[in-house]
Each structure stands twice: as structure tokens, then as C-alpha cells.
Design a protein around this ligand. Structure first.
Ligand SMILES: Nc1ncnc2c1ncn2[C@@H]1O[C@H](COP(=O)(O)OP(=O)(O)OP(=O)(O)O)[C@@H](O)[C@H]1O
Length: 236
């Protein structure tokens, strides 16, 4: 099977601040890939470069064999890439139900594996809050809605930025279980998070960034063999 996402030699700058220094990695269909690193190492900038929210100075992003480096973000979304941003991005004037109904669509293959009903079955808490505004939800519920809203677009690739950040341990556990369900349903995922213990079991491949450079790119087996070194890249 051909590579799903191929990121090659990305150099991204904000003004004169050079943040990404030649970031390269790839994701195969069905894989869950973690992207780890301390604060400020360039994880979100890497995601934004993949999504077209910032334009890299050089390098390429290729999705399902098509180079998309210069495509607008909405066009990338149409290619079935979904993004759950840090901060979740709820609309203050839409209810839970409206958030999900507006986003729901079949993917490019015409598939609708994840519809409104399946999302509510996966997140029973949302079922109870259907008529609440997105901004009236707890942090955990907002995160569930943000993931649900991405899922109803039936993506090939789901990109999650710090999905468990700032949540209570029990809610975190629920979110991790859902991410595992998503993986098992065949959707490829790119997951930015700091929890190496969960990620080493959940993900197939792991990328670690230090100061905008990839310092580790390997399987879970390699991660476990080199755990001490990798943890030293993540330690504050
Ligand atoms: N819009 C921006 N303008 C200028 N500098 C920025 C901008 N966004 C991020 N940066 C800087 O780029 C660097 C990388 O930030 P980025 O958000 O990609 O890191 P990160 O690894 O995702 O960290 P965190 O875990 O804190 O979100 C940081 O030094 C940050 O201050």
C-alpha cells in the first residue's frame, strides 16, 4: 500500500524565527503515529505546516501521492484530513447537536462509517448534552465534541493536538480509549501528546522533535529499547 502522508525536509519560519529545520517523516495507511517533544520544539508548527495553516519556506507535504504543500487548508480538509486543534475550537453559538450535524459528511470514497449516531454511542456524555452550546461543556466534553466533529467527516487521517492536555485522569482515560477505538476502526492518526507510556502502547511509530529537528523516528519496539534516550529528549 502506498504512503498516506509524506513530510519531507520542512523548513518553517515565523518572521525571522526559524522553527522547523528539515522535518521529515511519513505515515502509512492505518498507522497511529505519535509526535512528541518538549514545549516549544515545533510540534504544533509541524501540524500547521501539514494543514496549510502556515506555509513552509521549503520542503513538501504529500498526501495519498498528491503534493499539497501549496494547497489551501480547506482543500486539504476535502482530501479527508481532519484536525482537532489544541483549545478545541468550539463555536459559542452552536449546540452539540449542531456542531455534529453541520460537520457530518461522507468522505471522498463515499464512506460514512462515522455518523452522528455512532459518535453519540461512542461519547454517551454528548448524548446527554445535545442541546447545550459547545462552550457550555466541561473541558473533557468539549474535547469529546471536537473529536466527534472530526470523526463525522470520515477522515483518512485524524490529527490530534494535545487531546488530553489539562483534563482529569478519568476523562483522559476515556479519551485514550476512544482514540484506540478510532485506530481500530482503520483511521490513521497523528497524535501530539506528552504521555509516552500511553503512546508507546497505542501508536505504531514515534517521532520526537528537539528544536525543530527529528531526533527519533522509530517503531514502538525501538522506542522501548531506547526509552532512556527518548525520555531524555522529553525531560524538562
Ligand atoms: N505565530 C507564531 N509567531 C511566532 N512564533 C511562534 C508562533 N507560533 C509558535 N511560535 C514559536 O515557535 C516555537 C515552536 O512552537 P510550537 O507551538 O510549534 O511548539 P510545540 O512543540 O507545539 O510546543 P507546545 O507543546 O508548547 O505547544 C516556539 O518557540 C513558539 O514560541
Amino acid at each position: 500500500m502506498s504512503t498516506l502522508l509524506d513530510v519531507k525536509s520542512l523548513h518553517t519560519l515565523y518572521g525571522s524565527s526559524h522553527i522547523l529545520h528539515g522535518v521529515s517523516f511519513s505515515i502509512q495507511p492505518g498507522q497511529a503515529v505519535s509526535l512528541m517533544g518538549r514545549n516549544g520544539m515545533g510540534k504544533t508548527t509541524t501540524l500547521k505546516s501539514i494543514l496549510g495553516l502556515v506555509t513552509p519556506r521549503s520542503g513538501t507535504v504529500t498526501f495519498q501521492g498528491e503534493e499539497i504543500t501549496q494547497k489551501e487548508t480547506w482543500r486539504r480538509m476535502q482530501l479527508d484530513i481532519a484536525y482537532v486543534p489544541e483549545g478545541r475550537g468550539m463555536f459559542h453559538n452552536l449546540t452539540v447537536k449542531e456542531h455534529l450535524q453541520i460537520a457530518a459528511r461522507a468522505n471522498r470514497k463515499g464512506e460514512k462509517h462515522w455518523d452522528y449516531e455512532r459518535v453519540l454511542k461512542t461519547f454517551p456524555r454528548l448524548q446527554e448534552r445535545l442541546n447545550n452550546l459547545g462552550t457550555q461543556l466541561s473541558g473533557g466534553e468539549q474535547q469529546m465534541l471536537a473529536i466527534g466533529r472530526a470523526l463525522v467527516t470520515n477522515p483518512e487521517l485524524l490529527i490530534l493536538d494535545e487531546a488530553t492536555e489539562g483534563l482529569a485522569p478519568l476523562i483522559r482515560k476515556e479519551i485514550w480509549e476512544v482514540i484506540r477505538t478510532i485506530k481500530d476502526s482503520g483511521i490513521s492518526t497523528l497524535i501530539v501528546d506528552k504521555n509516552i507510556q500511553v503512546l508507546k502502547d497505542l501508536c505504531d511509530q514515534h517521532i520526537v522533535l528537539v528544536k525543530g529537528k527529528v531526533v527519533f523516528d522509530g517503531s514502538s519496539e525501538r522506542l522501548i529499547n531506547e526509552l532512556e534516550t527518548v525520555e531524555s529528549y522529553l525531560a524538562v
